[in-house]
Design a protein around this ligand. Sequence first.
Ligand SMILES: NC(=O)c1ccc[n+]([C@@H]2O[C@H](COP(=O)([O-])OP(=O)(O)OC[C@H]3O[C@@H](n4cnc5c(N)ncnc54)[C@H](O)[C@@H]3O)[C@@H](O)[C@H]2O)c1
Length: 256
Amino acid sequence: MTGLLDGKVVIVAGLGGIGNGLARRYADEGALLVIGDLDAELATRVATELDPSGDRVRGVALDGADEASVAGIVELAVGGFGRLDGMHLNFTNASDAYLPGGVVDLPLEAFDEVMRVNTRGFVICAKQAIPPMVDAGGGSIVFTASIDAYNGASTRVSYQMSKAAELALMRHIARKYGPKGIRCNAIAPGLIWHYKFDQNPMPDGVVEQTRARQMIKSRFGKPEDVAALGALLLSDDGSFITAQTISVDGGVTFRP
Ligand SMILES: NC(=O)c1ccc[n+]([C@@H]2O[C@H](COP(=O)([O-])OP(=O)(O)OC[C@H]3O[C@@H](n4cnc5c(N)ncnc54)[C@H](O)[C@@H]3O)[C@@H](O)[C@H]2O)c1
């Protein structure tokens, strides 16, 4: 690793398959990290694995859809490390991800829950993170969105809509707070294979269909692929990149 994030104070909100990989790469690049997840045990375990001393990586319980909880993790970063330079919003609620139906069959409770976490939650995180970043002279916010935001799918309509809303929020942040030194970008992954897919196989045909749509046939995406782009976007090497949605999907989508 090259010390891309040396000394930068970064929050990773949402761990798990991709998020654990983000935390690992950012720690390896020298960031001072506060990592949070609804699953508190996961957050503390990953933090201890990355930094047993707790001096450079701290893991906490986080509900990214709860304002007090988000204020708490921001305060931990600013109070503990002196400022906030970056935040990667990676958590997601996928209440309708595995429901077979379309909008006609959609339980509205699932829709409300996906929107509460993915859309309202990202708004809450932005409200809490931007002021201390402006105080620090600027910062970088990265969203993990999805190619589902612009690539229609016949199921998971709430999830798709929430990801499209995240892109709108990303562009708003870039335009409104760019003059104050805030950059904001979204990573749109395709299929990123991780440990949860090993534990819970996908429905029949999904793997084959995804491979057929990828231009890169030799493998699926890995958390490291998302983390590599996240590290660039959080770093000073990415300092002229803002308001972008960048796909990490092996060529499933072609966008201008
Ligand atoms: N894996 C893929 O193929 C893929 C593809 C496209 C987009 N994505 C996106 O990548 C991100 C990570 O997905 P993943 O595949 O690693 O899933 P994952 O389920 O492993 O990780 C999601 C994490 O979010 C946490 N979480 C849920 N609600 C939360 C809340 N309110 N507050 C804090 N944490 C909360 C969960 O506990 C979990 O650890 C998501 O935004 C997802 O939409 C993933």
